[in-house]
Design a protein around this ligand. Structure first.
Ligand code: B1M
Length: 210
C-alpha cells in the first residue's frame, strides 16, 4: 500500500502507535514532510470532519483520531520546522470564564490543527484579560471562544469589549461557538462569525484567511 494512504488509514482508525511508525517510515523513504502533512494527515482529518458533520462518526471516534493526529505530529513537527513549513494561520482558543466544558473546544482545536492552523489553547475558565494577554503575546489572526452554559455566554461579549478597549479588535477575527451560541448571538455581541460545529469552525476560519 502507498505509504501516505497507510498513514491516512491509521488516522481513520485512530492507531496512534501505528501512525507514528508509518510517518517515520515515510520520512525514511524520503517523502517530503509537507507532502505527508497535506496528502495524508490534513486530507485524512478533512475526511473525518466530513464524516462527523454527516453523523457517520461521533465524538469518541473523532477524539481517537485526534490522538493519532497528535502522535503523527510529534514525529512530523520537527521536520516541518526544519523544512520551514509555516502554519496557515494562528488561533488563540479557550472556553470562557466560569465555564469548565472543554470537549467541544478540544474538537474545534483538533479540526483547526487538522486544517493547518497553529492553536494556542488557553484551556477552560479563561478570562477576558487572559484572552487579551494571549493575543498580545501570540499575534493570532483568530480568537476562538467556546461556551456551553447560558450563564457564561455573556463572557464572550466581555472578551469582544476587552479587545476593543485594548485596541486589538481590528487585528483579530473573533469566532464563537458552543451549544447555546447562535449566529444571531454572535452578531449581537460583535463577534465576526459563528461556527456551528468543529468542522465548520475550521472550514470557516480557513476561508477567512487573507
Ligand atoms: Co454540563 N451542562 N454542566 N458538564 N454538560 C450541559 C452543557 C447542559 C446542557 C446539561 C443539561 O442540563 N442538559 C447544562 C447547561 C444548561 C444551560 O446552561 N442551558 C449543563 C450544566 C447545567 C452543568 C453544570 C452547571 C452542572 C452542575 O454542576 N449543576 C456544571 C457547570 C460547570 C461549569 O462549567 N462551571 C456542568 C458540568 C459538566 C461536567 C464537568 C460534568 C461535564 C464537562 C466535562 C468536560 O467538558 N470536560 C459536563 C458535560 C459533559 C455536559 C454535557 C452532558 C455534554 C457537553 C459536551 O461535551 N457535548 C452537556 C449536555 C449536552 O450537551 N448534551 C452539559 C459534546 C460536545 C462535542 O459538544 O460542546 O456542544 P459541544 O461542542 C460542539 C459545538 O457546540 C461546537 O463544536 C462542537 C463539536 O462539533 N463548538 C464550537 C463548541 N465550541 C465551539 C467553538 C467554536 C465553534 C464551534 O468556535 C470557537
Amino acid at each position: 500500500m502507498d505509504q501516505l494512504q497507510a498513514i491516512a488509514e491509521k488516522l481513520q482508525k485512530g492507531d496512534a502507535n501505528g501512525i507514528r511508525q508509518d510517518v517515520e517510515e515515510a520520512l525514511n523513504q524520503g517523502i517530503e514532510p509537507r507532502k505527508i502533512l497535506e496528502e495524508a494527515l490534513l486530507s485524512g482529518m478533512s475526511d473525518i470532519g466530513e464524516k462527523f458533520k454527516a453523523n457517520e462518526i461521533f465524538v469518541p471516534e473523532v477524539l481517537i483520531a485526534a490522538r493519532a493526529m497528535n502522535a503523527a505530529m510529534e514525529v512530523l513537527k520537527p521536520k516541518l520546522v526544519e523544512a520551514g513549513v509555516e502554519p496557515v494561520g494562528r488561533v488563540v482558543l479557550g472556553t470562557v470564564k466560569g465555564d469548565l466544558h472543554d470537549i467541544g473546544k478540544n474538537l474545534v482545536k483538533m479540526m483547526l490543527e487538522g486544517a493547518g492552523f497553529e492553536v494556542q489553547d488557553l484551556g477552560i475558565d479563561v478570562s477576558a484579560e487572559q484572552f487579551v494577554a494571549a493575543v498580545k503575546e501570540h499575534n493570532p489572526q483568530f480568537v476562538g471562544m467556546s461556551a456551553l452554559l447560558t450563564t457564561t455566554m455573556s463572557e464572550m461579549r466581555a472578551v469582544v469589549e476587552a479587545m476593543e478597549k485594548e485596541g486589538l479588535r481590528d487585528k483579530v477575527q473573533i469566532m464563537v461557538g458552543g451549544a447555546p451560541v447562535t449566529d444571531k448571538f454572535a452578531q449581537e455581541i460583535g463577534a465576526d462569525f459563528y461556527g456551528k460545529d468543529a468542522a465548520e469552525a475550521a472550514t470557516m476560519a480557513k476561508a477567512r484567511l487573507n
